[in-house]
Design a protein around this ligand. Structure first.
Ligand code: MG
Length: 383
């Protein structure tokens, strides 16, 4: 049997409420679509895999398949506004390969397994079509508005899944002859009079439609939440001046802090802690001290950049902790305002931000009043 996996992933998935189509959202570190592609490629008997994508999604698709070197994964083809149209486009593109069979799969069913594919292939040995499905076990009721009217017998009822397998020439002809929009490919096959056998699907092979489906998928795959802790450390020398800026708050002092920017050592350490959690270098790489652009800059710019990077990568900052090490000025009276200021920049409630201070018992540079040091940690959780 020379079979091809045809994965339809051209939908917009509006019920997910995400700007990115659901098939490109991640379950752990793999996109929903990639899960299906990899499952098809896991089977040595898969001849090829072709994905039908939306014309706007080429960049998302390329990102989703990064690192897949298997030559059996063909260049994607562009789909249409309707599912039937997209399947048809995929089937037409496969004609030159002359497969004996095609397994048409919904790109939003991330949990298809090699075993389900095997069940479909077994079904195709004795039938022109094979439908993986699970029996309906719940009582079924018909309602009018929100009131039940009558029960519906569930005997012989199945919940359809994908991949739905077919003899390739038969389903291509069926699609060419079909007009209108079908619920799935079994509907197209049935309209053409093809026999379709029900084979065993699996409860886990559900369609990811809503945000809670995606969360369920993460639980099912036992994906560990991506929680990260980053650390930061910074030192600035004390020099002439009448105030210091620490964690965004100006405090009168007998010396100022020396630095290219406003020398806010606390905010720099926090910024580095976030970059550390993201594994995206450090503040010096993002804002080179050699650049005149950052001369005298308010350090809020640096922290805001790190926060922006975290958000862009779907991380939520859940906690920030900063320890300032100095003999003077006294930090305690200002720590509340510092937490408020940091919270304003990082978009975080004050309750999730800690600013504390210690002296170094008059030891070392901080103890001698030559400079101020800051330690910080940031905790980030991927949404
Ligand atoms: Mg610094």
């Amino acid at each position: 049997m020379k079979f091809v996996g045809l994965i339809v992933a051209a939908g917009r998935g509006e019920r997910m409420g995400s700007s990115v189509p659901k098939q490109y959202l991640n379950i752990g570190d793999r996109s929903v679509l990639r899960c299906s592609i990899e499952t098809f490629l896991k089977r040595p008997d898969t001849y090829s895999v072709l994905v039908v994508i939306h014309p706007n999604d080429r960049a998302l698709y390329d990102e989703a398949i990064t690192g897949i070197a298997d030559k059996r994964l063909l260049q994607p083809v562009e789909g249409c506004a309707t599912r039937s149209g997209s399947v048809r486009a995929g089937l037409e593109a496969l004609q030159s390969l002359s497969p004996s069979h095609v397994l048409i799969h919904d790109g939003a069913r991330a949990h298809v397994t090699p075993e389900i594919i095997g069940n479909v292939l077994s079904g195709l040995e004795s039938s022109a079509g094979a439908l993986p499905a699970v029996p309906v076990v719940d009582a079924l009721w018909q309602a009018s508005g929100d009131h039940v009217v009558q029960s519906v017998p569930r005997a012989g009822l199945w919940r359809a899944q994908t991949p739905q397998g077919f003899s390739f020439p038969d389903i291509l002809a069926a699609h060419r002859a079909f007009e209108g929009e079908a619920a799935d490919d079994v509907a197209v096959a049935s309209a053409a009079g093809l026999a379709v056998r029900v084979v065993e699907g699996a409860e886990e092979n559900y369609k990811i439609t809503t945000r809670s489906d995606l969360e369920r998928a993460e639980r099912d795959l036992n994906v560990q939440p991506d929680v990260r802790t980053g650390q930061g450390f910074d030192v600035h020398a004390l020099g002439p001046g009448q105030s210091v800026i620490l964690c965004g708050v100006e405090i009168p002092n007998d010396h100022g802090l020396v630095g290219h920017s406003d020398a806010d050592v606390g905010m720099h350490a926090l910024t580095d802690a976030i970059f550390g959690a993201l594994a995206e270098g450090d503040i010096g790489q993002w804002f080179p001290p050699t650049s005149p652009a950052w001369k005298g800059a308010a350090s809020a710019i640096f922290l805001a950049k790190a926060v922006e990077r975290a958000n862009a990568r779907s991380f939520t900052i859940t906690h920030l902790d900063c320890t300032l090490i100095c003999e003077r000025p006294k930090i305690g009276p200002h720590s509340d305002r510092m937490r408020e200021e940091l919270g304003r920049i990082a978009g975080l409630s004050k309750e999730r931000i800690s600013v504390k201070a210690t002296t170094s018992e008059k030891l070392g540079f901080a103890g001698r009043g030559e400079g101020i040091a800051a330690l910080a940690t940031a905790t980030l959780v991927r949404k």
